[in-house]
Design a protein around this ligand. Structure first.
Ligand code: NAI
Length: 401
């Protein structure tokens, strides 16, 4: 980084560890970490002490290297965390975003860059509402985490399993900002050369690119007719996909594409070409891991990145039952499919398959988001659908472009 800067990393999980190390290892970058989860901040701070955090990095050519970084502060105190900070990186699952917005609001200074890493669907809507009183800020939405990563030893060591090559991001600025560096350049400098941040023209496209559409249709297809009897073994998740699940996922993806096309019909200036079908996405993004790409089902079944990945299950007397509270539903419905459904509703696109999946998922979660084909259930306000923030038309949802 050419200029001296300080960032705040929000979170205490895999991604937060990874960003904390890689950013703190850069010249001129100071890293604060804030986690509001239980006693995580104190535990992490005690573990690090005067030392650093290390990452074992494996690049796509199989080469391994070590990176070490020392954060300046690890805290649960938002005032201390926000002191002198130029950018705040949200590196937690979407259900935890609101508490970080609430915590930083009092201390955020104009021209702060907020990065959703990943943002997940509806991040901007939540940010616009949460940061209403802030005059100038920029929001960067990343379509995913820049790396696959996992904590090996909490507070001390993380494994970084390869950098993505390219990562789609959108940038939206509120007010006439005067940033230390242009926000996209800044984020790239914090990440280093990889992944290359590819600017997507608008945040609606990034919302519709969300991969949260994958899990709910697979779960619905698998468990909709389940008789409730425990199983001896957990079934394969992606590689166990059958014709029905494939068809459901295809139809949900078709509905996303129809929504993107309709947005473009109504507003020719909004480029939605980056929103592609899930089958095409697999063919591009997992091309090296897939041995048969003749169908969506084949892409999933022969994808070596999915080897051994099973349905989330919990143990009960007599065997295993599906865990419907796992984030494949609890996150991917209210912070995924419901948001996409909400955007479709704003532009008048019907989504019968999505509706069926949401109706089933909400029952499992004990929530009510959809009634018939309309997002008018009593729990919509707890989602990130545009309707939860009073946005009901395309003009409402793109008000900040
Ligand atoms: P994680 O599962 O490691 O995050 C756990 C952390 O979230 C906890 O340490 C805590 O700080 C926070 N947290 C958990 N429950 C909380 C609660 N009830 N209240 C407040 N905070 C809570 O997540 P990870 O792996 O860092 O991923 C972050 C996001 O990136 C997720 O949405 C994930 O789906 C996505 N992602 C992760 C990838 C990976 O390789 N780890 C790859 C691609 C995307």
């Amino acid at each position: 980084m050419e200029k001296q800067t300080r960032i705040l990393v929000c979170g205490g999980g895999n991604g937060a560890h990874c960003l904390a190390v890689t950013a703190a290892a850069l010249k001129n970058v100071e890293v604060h970490i804030m986690t509001l989860f239980k006693d995580e901040a104190k535990r992490w701070s005690d573990i690090v002490g005067d030392g650093g955090i290390s990452a074992e990095v494996t690049t796509s050519d199989g080469k391994k290297s070590e990176v070490t970084g020392k954060p300046r502060l690890i805290t649960n105190n938002p005032e201390a965390a926000m002191e002198g900070v130029d950018a705040v990186f949200f590196v937690v699952p979407a259900f935890a975003h609101q508490q970080y917005f609430d915590a930083i609001l009092k201390y955020i200074k104009p021209n702060t860059i907020i990065v959703g890493m990943p943002s997940q669907a509806g991040f901007e809507f939540q940010a616009f509402k949460s940061l209403k009183s802030v005059s100038t800020y920029a929001i960067i939405s990343m379509e995913s985490l820049p790396w696959a990563c996992r904590v090996v030893e909490f507070g001390k060591r993380v494994q970084l399993l390869g950098y993505k090559d390219v990562l789609g991001v959108s940038v939206v600025s509120a007010g006439k900002g005067n940033y230390k560096m242009p926000p996209l350049e800044y984020a790239q400098a914090i990440l280093g050369p990889k992944p290359h941040l590819e600017l997507i023209q608008n945040y609606l496209a990034v919302n519709l690119m969300a991969k949260s559409i994958v899990h709910p249709p697979i779960l619905y297809g698998k468990w909709k007719d389940w008789d409730g009897k425990p199983l001896e073994e957990a079934p394969l998740f992606y590689q166990g996909i059958d014709d029905i699940q494939e068809s459901l996922l295809t139809k949900v993806s078709d509905e996303v594409l129809e929504t993107a096309a309709e947005i473009n019909r109504q507003r020719k200036d909004l480029d939605m070409t980056k929103v592609i079908h899930i089958y095409d996405w697999y063919k591009v993004y997992y091309k090296d891991q897939i041995s048969d790409n003749s169908s969506l089902q084949a892409c999933m079944k022969t994808n070596s990145a999915y080897d051994g990945l099973i349905h989330p299950m919990k143990r009960v007397e007599g065997g295993l039952v599906p865990d419907f509270n796992y984030r494949y539903l609890s996150e991917d419905i209210p912070f995924g499919l419901v948001v996409i459904k909400g955007i479709a509703e704003c532009v008048g696109v019907k989504t019968p398959t999505m509706d069926t999946v949401i109706a089933w998922g909400q029952k499992k979660l004990g929530k009510e988001y959809i009634i018939g084909s309309s997002l008018t259930g009593k729990d919509v306000s707890s989602t990130r659908a545009p309707q939860a923030y009073g946005f009901n038309t395309l003009e409402d949802v793109i008000g900040h472009l």
